[in-house]
Write a protein that binds this ligand. Sequence first.
Ligand SMILES: Nc1nc2c(ncn2[C@@H]2O[C@H](COP(=O)(O)OP(=O)(O)O)[C@@H](O)[C@H]2O)c(=O)[nH]1
Ligand SMILES: [Mg+2]
Length: 212
Amino acid sequence: MSEFDEDAIETARKIFAGPVAFLKSAPALEHLPDPVVPEVAFAGRSNVGKSSLLNKLTNRNSLARTSNTPGRTQELNFFDVGEPLAFRLVDMPGYGFAKAPKDVVRKWRYLVNDFLRGRQALKRALVLIDARHGIKDVDREIMDMLDKAAVSYRLVLTKADKIKPTELDKVAAETAEEARKRPAAHPDILSTSSETGLGMPELRAAVIEALG
Ligand SMILES: Nc1nc2c(ncn2[C@@H]2O[C@H](COP(=O)(O)OP(=O)(O)O)[C@@H](O)[C@H]2O)c(=O)[nH]1
Ligand SMILES: [Mg+2]
C-alpha cells in the first residue's frame, strides 16, 4: 500500500516528465545559487546509487553522472525543475568512501553542515540507504547532522532489486524502526530500484509533497 493517492502520483509524474536541467555545481557556499525556489536534497554514501536514482527519477539517462570517482566530488549540484522554474533538486556530495583523505572528509563535513544549517530554501532531504546493508554509521552521521539542523528527511532504500522481497521487508522494517527514534526523520521508508523502477512514482510524489 502506498501512502500517496493516485492524484499525488499522477501530479508528480507530470512534473518530472517536464523540463529538468543542470544548473550549477557549488564547491563552496559562496557558489550557491540564489535561493529563489524550494529545494529537495539527495544524500547518501558513495556508490549507494544516488546518480542512478536521480537519472531514473527525472527520466534522464545522464543528468547526474553515474561514475564519479568515489570521494572526489565534494560539490553540491543543483538541478532546475519546471519551466517556469518550480523547484530545485540538490545532489549532495557522497560520503563514507573508505579511502577518502582526512581533508576531503573535513571539507565534506563543513560544506554539508553549513548548507543544512543555513539554507532556508531546503525543504527536505532524502537520505539513500543501500537495501543490502541497511543503515551504517556513516549514514548515522548525516542523520545526526539533519536532526541537529532540524531539516526534515526521509530514508530511501536503494538497489532493492539486489535482494529478495522477504529480505527487503526485513530491512525496511529495521530502517523504519530506527527512523522512528529520529526527531527529523519521516516514519515511512521508500524502497526503490533504479534498475526496475520500483518506488519511482512514490519517490516523485515524496519530492512534490516535501515542497509543501
Ligand atoms: N542492481 C542495481 N544496481 C544499481 C542500482 N542503482 C545503482 N546501481 C549500480 O551501483 C553503482 C553505483 O551507482 P551510482 O548511481 O553511480 O552511485 P552514486 O555513487 O551513489 O552516485 C553503479 O554500478 C550502478 O549501476 C539499482 O537500483 N540496482
Ligand atoms: Mg554519483
